[in-house]
Design a protein around this ligand. Structure first.
Ligand code: ADP
Ligand code: ZN
Length: 432
């Protein structure tokens, strides 16, 4: 049931003590990088200032912009001879950042990934098909190394080539997959086209991660594929996947507190928020050698819960990520997260597997158009049915976002598939 029982079920007090000693080491190490050395010197901060976990508040935050300023080697704490790999973020929100790893970092990361997957029930008897992009993207090699460490037969399929993916699943009797949620939805329609029912294959577990998705999306994937789907959260700045993962309870993601010191703050006041309140996740690496990051502002919005989990793990749980703080759209003065739109759409059975939000300015007014793919069988139905569906979606969206969006029903597969993470919003507004 546990990969590392002692660590995963460590009594909370012992876990906090471990965090403090690791935090001290991590800060001591960080100070040897050009970036932190200069910053901490300017502010007169030394590692000796950390006597309790609360003292972390004295340390400045690190932002994505800081990483860009220190690009590429400004955060390194080891000679380049000790660095064995680099990865970069996907660059979803601007210039990508680069993270370096020592051999020990790679082992540590693989271990965390093995821990996550083992937690969900994956075992060395499984065949694991990694359907995420490889290369710089951490979802490829991150899962790959963890799966091999766990002992699964690992198929490095990568993303795309959907028909070939189905062949692999059949030929190798794939039982576990890792796939980003938008691609999983797309695969549902590929299976339909190929007239293959994924429930007839050997699939039993799916890891869904790398982008926000809703509970309804999980349900859809579970129902269509005949799997249990687990939410996987991570970011390249903290190794990649393996930061937080769902356990068999599927109720929040355990965040590995032996590896990360976790804070949730109000992004405006920068003060901590209470348990259960939504804020920005701030993470400090506790074990990474090559490139420790102190109080890194992830921009991801979530809440944390200290409620004991029936699975017995003592590491706290974060809620499904609501989106990034910079995902929030202000439309007609109303705050809207793309995930609110997804939650509405994925709860409507006639809706297909892809959607996109377009924003324009028409006569100085924001106009939101939601392009919605409709399932084949409904699309071929009569016009009356389609008009009724369009009205149903409009009303459902209106009650969520509080203004009336335009809804355009489109054929299955007519919205271009993104290479990698889905592009949910196209903003063509003049000024916002
Ligand atoms: P980029 O920030 O350029 O997309 P990464 O590939 O490092 O680069 O992606 C990490 C980000 O992806 C996270 O900060 C988060 O916004 C998003 N993400 C990763 N996993 C999840 C998940 N399970 N749910 C929601 N968002 C996720
Ligand atoms: Zn649990």
């Amino acid at each position: 049931m546990y990969w590392q029982q002692e660590l995963e079920t460590m009594p909370v007090e012992a876990l906090r003590a471990l965090q403090l000693s690791r935090l001290q080491t991590s800060v001591r190490r960080a100070i040897t990088s050009p970036y932190y050395q200069q910053l901490y010197q300017q502010r007169g901060i030394t590692a000796d200032d950390l006597n309790t976990l609360d003292d972390v508040k004295r340390l400045p935050f690190t932002t994505k912009q800081d990483l860009r300023n220190g690009y590429p080697y400004g955060f390194l704490t080891v000679p380049k001879t000790e660095v064995v790999r680099l990865h970069s973020s996907s660059g979803t929100t601007g210039q990508a950042t680069v993270i370096f790893h020592t051999a020990a970092d790679i082992r540590d990361w693989a271990n965390l990934m093995a821990r996550c997957m083992y937690m969900t029930g994956a075992r060395n008897s499984d065949v694991f098909q990694n359907m995420s992009g490889y290369g710089m993207f951490t979802g490829g090699l991150g899962f790959h190394y963890g799966a091999e460490l766990l002992g699964m037969l690992t198929v490095p399929a990568g993303s795309g080539n959907s028909k070939r993916q189905i062949h692999y699943m059949k030929d190798f009797q794939t039982s576990v997959i890792h796939i980003i949620p938008s691609y999983a939805l797309h695969m549902i329609s590929v299976f339909e086209e190929e007239k293959v029912n994924p429930r007839d294959l050997h699939l039993r577990i799916a890891f869904l991660g790398a982008e926000p998705h809703t509970e309804h999306t999980r349900k859809r994937v579970e129902d269509a594929f005949g799997v249990k789907a687990f939410n996987s959260y991570g970011l390249s700045e903290m190794y990649g996947p393996g930061v937080a993962f769902e356990c068999p309870e599927q109720n929040g993601l355990h965040i590995w507190e032996d590896s990360y010191f976790v804070e949730v703050i109000n992004p405006d006041t920068l003060e901590p928020v209470a348990d259960g309140e939504i804020g920005e996740l701030v993470l400090t690496t506790l074990t990474r050698e090559a490139m420790p990051l102190i109080r890194y502002r992830t921009r991801d919005l979530t809440s944390i819960s200290s409620e004991p989990c029936p699975c017995g793990r003592t590491h706290r749980r974060i809620a499904r990520i609501k989106g990034r703080s910079d995902d929030m759209l202000i439309i007609k003065g109303v705050n809207v997260f793309p995930m609110q739109v997804e939650a509405v759409l994925m709860s409507i059975p006639e809706v297909g597997t892809n959607y996109q939000i377009e924003l324009e300015t028409v006569e100085n007014i924001d106009v939101m158009t939601v392009n919605v793919e409709v399932r084949d069988d409904f699309f071929l139905g009569d016009v009356k049915g389609l008009t009724a569906l369009q009205q149903k979606i409009t009303n459902a969206l209106k009650s969520e976002v509080l203004f009336t969006p335009k809804v355009k029903l489109v054929e299955p597969d007519s919205i271009p598939e993104a290479q990698g993470k889905a592009v949910r919003v196209i903003d063509r507004r003049v000024a916002h």
